[in-house]
Design a protein around this ligand. Structure first.
Ligand code: ATP
Ligand code: MG
Length: 427
């Protein structure tokens, strides 16, 4: 048989790598729980139409990047490329908004986009997203930006840049689009080909082009900012003022439009130079029209998504360190082995990392294993101890301070607990 391999752009996460993933997830999820945000899990597979309608047909994601196939029932299905459209669908479909028009939700899981794999860009990747549903105040914008900023800060990530922009509302955008289209007609030839193709499909996205020549040309183009209504202007000023009050540093980027069609007013990205060319770790924005557009009640909302692969790259090395084994149970002999199993079950009642040696190898080999793991302590049960109904528990890692060793009877749970508390559960 040929060697089977994973698909291009997908990645196996191996146990050593997952230590960091789990540590990062734990810190992040704790933060979200403390902010009283609830989890939602939607299917990875959805009707293709959801994304066409939700994200927009002319976006890169929908037009070039989706994993779409026809299933056995001849339905067009798509592996989700992002989370917001699914969350909006679930809110509408489950009537969640009629009971509670204000909801703070988070989701986490794999997303799929058919892109060219490179550092920081995969075909199956992971996102953590947060959505504030039903909130339209500037304060909710600031709260969500602060949340993203603090989640990254909690992981000790430094040198982050927050870029913000405002896209106005639908009317502002239509006004802008008229003049922008005129300018595009005249300046078409100074744009790259990709951008030229977007003129008829999705002109706003041209602002986001990474092409240097196009960026240069755009310097002379009309600015969306100048087409904002008084109200949109005020909203944006208030946002900036609030960020200043919270001492969250930001940079304005008038060309930040983000890839998906549904954004209104606030758009933001958090980037890090440490990520190289795929610099954006978090992208977010307001989407006041999406839920209505999808057939739900008129519901303003704002959210963000963090790319977990990029987050892991940024998080510090200290998060790669596995938790130390607290107790390694060395056991040999028939009676000893069955007593050891019982004891190891009992020890699971404590917040301890316990490993029961199941090898049946010699005592010296088991000691070596405990040593290799740098276990904080060991329990030793041989048939001699077993016959007496006792086991030996002792500190093993010399860096742990405590009262060395003790012989404890299998019945004496109080003594065992005391030893554990004094030696392993201290701070
Ligand atoms: P990019 O400009 O990098 O393509 P995007 O605007 O398409 O990003 P979003 O749809 O806003 O990204 O997704 C939010 C975050 O998800 C990104 O900032 C990034 O961290 C991550 N992300 C997006 N696409 C990928 C991918 N193919 N591989 C890994 N992470 C990704
Ligand atoms: Mg993209």
């Amino acid at each position: 048989m040929n060697n089977l391999k994973n698909l291009r752009g997908t990645v196996d996460l191996l146990p050593e790598q997952l230590i960091k993933w789990q540590n990062v997830e734990k810190i992040v999820l704790d933060q979200l729980a403390r902010a009283s945000i609830n989890e939602i899990r939607t299917p990875i597979l959805e009707m293709t139409e959801l994304f066409i309608r939700g994200i927009g047909e002319a976006t890169d994601v929908v037009s070039k990047e989706m994993y779409t196939f026809i299933d056995r029932g001849e339905r067009s299905c798509t592996l989700r490329p992002e989370g917001t459209a699914s969350v909006a669908r679930a809110l509408i479909q489950n009537g969640m908004l009629s009971n509670n028009p204000l909801q703070k939700l988070w989701y986490m899981g794999p997303m799929f986009r058919y892109e060219r794999p490179q550092a920081g860009r995969q075909r199956q990747f992971h996102q953590l997203g947060v959505e504030f549903i039903g909130y339209d105040s500037v304060r909710s914008d600031v709260e969500i930006i602060a949340l993203a900023w603090d989640v990254l800060g909690k992981l000790g990530i430094k040198e982050l840049n927050l870029e913000i922009n405002t896209l106005g509302d639908l009317d502002d955008r239509l006004n802008f689009q008229k003049s922008f289209l005129k300018w595009l007609e005249i300046n078409k030839n100074s744009l790259d080909l990709d951008s030229q193709n977007r003129i008829t499909k999705n002109p706003l996205r041209i602002l986001d082009s990474k092409n240097i020549q196009t960026q240069k040309a755009l310097e002379n183009a009309p600015r969306l900012f100048n087409f904002l209504s008084e109200k949109s202007h005020k909203r944006y000023s208030k946002l900036k003022k609030n960020l200043e009050v919270l001492k969250i540093p930001y940079v304005e980027n008038f060309n930040l439009v983000r890839g998906l069609d549904y954004y209104t007013h606030t758009a933001f990205e958090i980037t890090s130079g440490a990520l190289g060319s795929q610099a954006t770790v978090c992208g977010g924005g307001r989407y006041d029209d999406l839920i209505k557009q999808m057939g739900g009640p008129n519901t303003p909302a704002i959210g963000f998504a963090i790319g977990l692969e990029r987050l892991i790259l940024l998080a510090g090395k200290e998060l790669e360190i596995p938790r130390k084994t607290d107790i390694y149970i060395i056991n040999k002999g028939l009676i000893a082995e069955s007593l050891a199993m019982n004891l190891s079950r009992k020890l699971k009642n404590y917040d301890l990392l316990v490993e029961l040696d199941l090898s049946g190898a010699s005592f010296s080999k088991q000691f070596k294993k405990a040593n290799k793991l740098k276990s904080k302590s060991i329990i030793v049960i041989g048939d001699d101890e077993a016959v007496k109904g006792e086991f030996l528990i002792k500190l093993f890692d010399k860096s742990v301070n405590g009262n060395e060793e003790e012989v404890i009877s299998f019945e004496n749970d109080i003594k065992l607990e005391k030893w554990i508390k004094n030696n392993l559960l201290v701070n």
